[in-house]
Design a protein around this ligand. Structure first.
Ligand SMILES: NC(=O)c1ccc[n+]([C@@H]2O[C@H](COP(=O)([O-])OP(=O)(O)OC[C@H]3O[C@@H](n4cnc5c(N)ncnc54)[C@H](OP(=O)(O)O)[C@@H]3O)[C@@H](O)[C@H]2O)c1
Length: 334
């Protein structure tokens, strides 16, 4: 390991991507501070060589002091709200908290080498709306969810902050151990139910969490500034291809296929939202989720990443799911 005396602050360290990111930053020899909340689950971080710092994105003065104390060289702003009942919450956490953090960086007069903001492919939306059926830097963004719109608003703000040496990364669906959204797919297939939404073929994209965090650190360490990158593993997959890999890893030899037309899923989502409204909970199936599920293509252009940091994914869905499902089995989740 090459020793690097520089200091990094990673926000959203307690989340799925955060845990892997902290591990990767430590392996690069950096001195790593993990920004968490008092309420965060820090079980994974407690086992790693990282210092926990408690950040409140609403308290700008408090952040200024912590940034001065930390005198960081790098910041990865990875904290983000991916699920919320109220649409305003996405804008508060994903856009306003970024604004507050940048204000605190300026007030602290922090001279950063780099600031990496974790956006999402959702900020541009699916490729369905693009003439050439691929989302790229020159595409007109067409987010289909409030989450995506909040990430786009954050990006638009950050692009104007030319004094900040920022990069933006836009991951497609990230998967791996400790990720619980796709776990539902594995568990449903384990019960021999093979569900498809919509009747036409989809082009899905994925990135394995270890490839994502490696690319994030490579971008951070690079000389490229004010650049923006989509990231996938470089392939597109149909839902059938994905399910076939999951079934192989689960040793499920037969399933009952169910094809759900979009209008039926919309009706189910409508009632699911109404029921959840009564209980005050976030429903896993909601109208915005349907907007994502009904998209036919999430194909995006990763060539800027290949050109700038020679990115090449080590994992495709085949070996990524193999590792993920092995972990799920070990945890007794499938
Ligand atoms: N997973 C994906 O497929 C995917 C795809 C594209 C982009 N992304 C982006 O990648 C980043 C990490 O996502 P993830 O999958 O790791 O999500 P996650 O597991 O839900 O983690 C989110 C992290 O953000 C923190 N956070 C959320 N709301 C916060 C708030 N109000 N104040 C302070 N911290 C808050 C969480 O802290 P607590 O632990 O305290 O809740 C957690 O550490 C996010 O910015 C997300 O938008 C993810």
């Amino acid at each position: 390991m090459i020793y690097n005396s520089k200091k990094i602050l990673v926000t959203g360290a307690s989340g799925f991507v955060g845990g892997f990111l902290i591990d990767e930053a430590i392996s690069r020899g950096l001195s790593v501070h993990s920004a968490v909340r008092k309420s965060s689950n820090t079980k994974i971080l407690d086992q790693l060589n990282t210092t926990l710092v408690y950040f409140d994105f609403e308290d700008i003065d408090g952040m200024v002091q912590m940034l001065k104390d930390g005198s960081y060289d790098y910041i990865i702003h990875n904290a983000g709200l991916t699920k919320a009942k109220a649409k305003e919450a996405y804008f508060k956490v994903n856009e306003q908290y970024l604004r507050n953090l940048i204000e605190a960086i300026r007030k602290a007069d922090l001279q950063l080498d780099k600031f990496l903001f974790v956006s999402s492919l959702a900020a541009f939306g699916p490729a369905d709306f693009q003439d050439n059926n691929i989302v790229s830097e020159s595409s007109t963004p067409h987010p289909v969810t409030s989450y995506g719109r909040s990430k786009l608003a954050a990006e638009q703000y950050l692009k104007k902050q030319q004094d900040i040496p920022y990069n933006i990364i836009r991951p497609t669906a990230v998967y791996g151990p400790r990720e619980y959204d796709l776990l539902t797919v594995y568990q449903t297939l384990a019960k021999r139910i093979e569900a498809y939404v919509g009747l036409s073929k989809q082009k899905l994209t994925f990135v394995y969490v270890k490839d994502l965090v490696r690319a994030m650190m490579d971008i951070l360490m690079s000389d490229h500034e004010h650049t923006r990158y989509f990231i996938t593993d470089g392939n597109t997959y149909s839902a059938q291809e994905m399910n076939a890999i999951v079934k192989r890893e689960l040793e499920v030899t037969w399933t009952v296929p169910i094809k759900l037309p979009i209008f039926l899923v919309k009706v189910l989502a409508f009632f699911s939202e109404k029921m959840a409204g009564l209980s005050g909970k976030y429903p896993p199936l909601n109208i915005e989720k349907v907007n994502e599920l009904q998209a036919r293509s999430w194909h995006c252009d990763i060539s800027p990443l290949q050109d700038d940091i020679a990115y090449k994914a080590e994992y495709d869905l085949d070996n990524g799911l193999k590792e993920t499902i092995a972990w799920c089995k070990k945890q007794g989740l499938v």
